[in-house]
Write a protein that binds this ligand. Structure first.
Ligand code: PRP
Length: 186
């Protein structure tokens, strides 16, 4: 295929923008203020769940003013497509001992809830000073386990979404907005 055809096929999959860059940055500014108010000068550890949270983390960490460190864990539940495998695998763990930290987990999306439910259980066993979860997106209609983030910036319907860290088969993470992915008609 020629480059222009490849590019066209790539762009055609971006069905429509669901959340604009401006809406995202306004929500992040609010989340930063909320974190500052909750921790009120106490140092925090922001924990990003990779890969999806890398863009969200970059923006949230710059929106807070309390003393802050960052850490990452890598979890994987989807493979190569738009369907969840149902298995959550931790492929990279945190480096920090979290027992002296107020931990704030940052996640791009809560879908079935499995990833965060497992990660929260795992991190609670390590006795952090406190633990909160902030999710960029919440898709409650897809929930299979009982899990709610402490804060969700946007609640979305059951569309497969890409951009701002979220992928389809690893592509589209770099879109600056959140869009609906054009799936094949079922
Ligand atoms: C996605 C997303 C969340 C998880 C949410 O990650 O980033 O971590 O799925 O789904 P759940 O609520 O059904 O568990 P994915 O496994 O696609 O890995 P990625 O972050 O590398 O894209």
């Amino acid at each position: 295929m020629e480059n222009t055809t490849l590019m066209q096929a790539y762009e055609e999959k971006i069905k429509r923008v669901l959340i604009t860059e401006e809406e995202i940055s306004a929500a992040i500014a609010r989340a930063g203020k909320e974190i500052d108010a909750i921790y009120d000068g106490r140092p925090i550890l922001l924990v990003g769940i990779l890969k999806g949270s890398f863009v969200f983390m970059a923006d949230v960490c710059r929106a807070v003013t309390v003393p802050c460190e960052v850490g990452f864990m890598c979890a994987k539940s989807y493979y190569e497509g738009t369907v969840s495998s149902g298995v959550v695998k931790i492929t990279m763990d945190l480096q920090q001992d979290i027992s002296n930290y107020h931990v704030v987990i940052l996640e791009d999306i809560v879908d079935t809830g499995r990833t965060l439910s497992d990660i929260v259980k795992m991190l609670r066993l390590r006795n952090p000073l406190s633990l909160r979860v902030i999710a960029l997106l919440d898709k409650p209609s897809r929930r299979l386990v009982d899990f709610r983030a402490d804060t969700s910036l946007f609640t979305i319907p059951d569309h497969f979404v890409i951009g701002y860290g979220l992928d389809c088969a690893e592509q589209y993470r770099n879109l600056p907005y959140i869009a609906e992915y054009a799936e094949k008609e079922k």
